[in-house]
Design a protein around this ligand. Structure first.
Ligand SMILES: [Mg+2]
Ligand SMILES: [Zn+2]
Length: 198
C-alpha cells in the first residue's frame, strides 16, 4: 500500500507530458545523452510540489511499438530522468507510459486505452495515488494532451506552444472545454503561483 505523505493529501496532481514539456522533443528520445531539458521545467515542478501537487509524467512511447527502443531502454531512461528531478529535490511520483501503437505489428501493435488522447494513464494514476482529477492540471504540447485531460475530467489543461506555432484549427474547434495556452514553462509557473488556475 502506498503511503500518502501529508503534502499530497489534497489529491491534486500536475500531469506532465514528457517529450516537448520535460525534454526537448527531438523525436523518440530514449538516451540520457540525447536529453535536453526544457527551460523552466525544474522550477515549475518545484513550485507545483510546494503547492502540494504530485508530479506525474504521462507519455506516449510508440517508439517501443515501432521497435526503435525496448521497454527496458525506456525504463532505464525514465529512471535517469526521474533522478535528475530528485537531485533537485523534486519527487516524480510515477512515469506512466503507453508503449502501444494501433498501426504497428508486434507485441505492442494494438489499439489500447492508454495512448493519449485516451485517458487510461490518468485513470490509472487516479487509482494508484488517489488523485483528484478535477483538482489537477495537465501540461502538454499537443492537442491530444488537451483532449486526454478533457476526457479524464482534469480541472485545467495547459497547452505549451510557441506563439508562432502552427495550429490545426479544425482540431481546436473540436476541443470543447477551454484550455490555457502558455508560451513557456515559466509562464505556467507564474500562472500556478498566482492561483489564477483555480
Ligand atoms: Mg509532447
Ligand atoms: Zn497504450
Amino acid at each position: 500500500m502506498k503511503r500518502t505523505p501529508k503534502t499530497f493529501r489534497s489529491g491534486k496532481a500536475l500531469f506532465l507530458d514528457r517529450d516537448g514539456v520535460i525534454n526537448v522533443d527531438h523525436g523518440y528520445v530514449h538516451r540520457a545523452q540525447d536529453c535536453n531539458f526544457m527551460p523552466g521545467i525544474f522550477e515549475l515542478a518545484k513550485a507545483a510540489m510546494r503547492l502540494g501537487y504530485r508530479i506525474i509524467i504521462v507519455t506516449n512511447q510508440s517508439g517501443i511499438a515501432r521497435g526503435y527502443y525496448s521497454r527496458d531502454q525506456f525504463h532505464a531512461f525514465s529512471c535517469w530522468l526521474e533522478q535528475q528531478f530528485w537531485r533537485r529535490g523534486i519527487l516524480i511520483s510515477h512515469t506512466y507510459h503507453c508503449p502501444h501503437h494501433p498501426a504497428q505489428t508486434g507485441p505492442f501493435g494494438f489499439p489500447c486505452s492508454c495512448r493519449k488522447p485516451r485517458p487510461g494513464m490518468l485513470f490509472k494514476a487516479r487509482k494508484d495515488f488517489g488523485i483528484r482529477l478535477d483538482k489537477s492540471i495537465m501540461v502538454g504540447d499537443s492537442l491530444s494532451d488537451m483532449r486526454c485531460a478533457r476526457m479524464a475530467g482534469v480541472g485545467k489543461a495547459i497547452l505549451l506552444r510557441e506563439p508562432e506555432a502552427h495550429f490545426a484549427p479544425k482540431l481546436e474547434a473540436n476541443t470543447k472545454k477551454p484550455y490555457y495556452r502558455a508560451s513557456s514553462l515559466h509562464a505556467i509557473k507564474s500562472l500556478l503561483l498566482s492561483g489564477s488556475h483555480s
